[in-house]
Design a protein around this ligand. Sequence first.
Ligand SMILES: [Zn+2]
Length: 471
Amino acid sequence: MGRSLHLHPQRFFPADPQVRSIAARLYAAVEDLPIVSPHGHTDPRWFSGNEPFEDAVSLLLWPDHYLLRMLMSQGVPLESLGFRSADAAPVATDRRRIWRLFAEHYRAFRATPSRLWLDHVFATVFGFEVRLSPETADHYFDTINAALATPEYLPRALYERFGIEVLATTEGALDALEHHAALAKSGWKGRIIPTFRPDDVVDPDRADFVANVLRLGELAHEDTSSWHGYLAALANRRAFFRTLGATATDHGHPTARTADLSPLKAQELFDRIIASKRQPGDAEVFRAQMLTEMAQMSCDDGMVMQLHAGAWRNHNEILFNRFGRDKGGDFPTQTDFTAALKPLLDRFGSRRDFLLILFTLDESTYSRELAPLAGHYPCLKLGPPWWFHDAPEAMLRFRRQSTESAGFYNTVGFNDDTRAFFSIPARHDLARRIDCAYLAELVATHRLDEDEAGEVAVELAYRLAKSAYRL
Ligand SMILES: [Zn+2]
């Protein structure tokens, strides 16, 4: 069998022995805190149905666009991993062979966060003591599949075993939330809450936008052919989400641009777009205006607003046309915040009853824009490093670049933002370790006393997420 798989108890801590022991002391106090997961993309159906997960490939490989991206970069076609293309190219169907192919390329993930998360899952969830490799691929495949068929690996059992206190999922504005409703009635004590993500009804660049706005009207019993009816329908859906526990909205926009048009101008813009008579630039201004409208609604109904800006989605058009979205063809772009957010901040910046959490894929904005903005406007806080930056070095860069302007209390703790349910403990553990590593440096260089660092470690691991997301 292959080489041993061993998670070092002091992994990710600084190499210097003195700093390392401070980090270890800080970490010991946060290691076992419950997991608060206020933003992510797991499927509520898993928890309402509580059916066994199918197998290693469909659980660990297929939903993970981090893995697909890297495998593709190494010349592995998605068809060979079992993905069916629109042009009906031959597709691999033997799950064992797909898993073997993944194992053959596992070395491509060395020193990437995917490797750290997966090894954590393999060691702590499935009890593997040998590394995944071509030689151990079958052993892994059989062991994982056998485990998944047992009651201990059912979704609700794992939720409890992982120590999750609350788990937020993400749904479009038209979602019926039937799984959340079933969960609410089930009597199970797990807390799975929806998040209102209205991109499907506020982004005119989506091919299904006009149809979605019509459907929005039907669901909310409002006339969405008018601007006022459209806004009322959105407020109605937000209220529906709140009845099933939602405390937050999420907005995935290509840019952070906001606008504050007069009611008449906004109505004219909406009328042009809904009548398919849009002019160049209308879609971007409409998205911008809708962020400001959503901020107004958050002031009215108390929902926390999250903005994920700066992803160029479906950059690889051939991949998108053949396999659809979320297959690893999305990239970070340069993003402006200071100018882009000004129209929204001019209206709501000083409100203390409104919270806007900002996420970026453009690290250069942390010290130049985001941390100074969050270190001034009461309504702004910084989300944790997102997507490409949810990794040890990038998390440290985030703390180094943002803390001196924004401090710790203008951040909101960690969120895992994942559809990979099994990796949730791995991701939170990594974030806790990195924060303790950073705090240990502050203690060792006498910028913070150890008792204060200990307090901050607990805030970052647990309390800030609960308070920011009103959980
Ligand atoms: Zn997300």
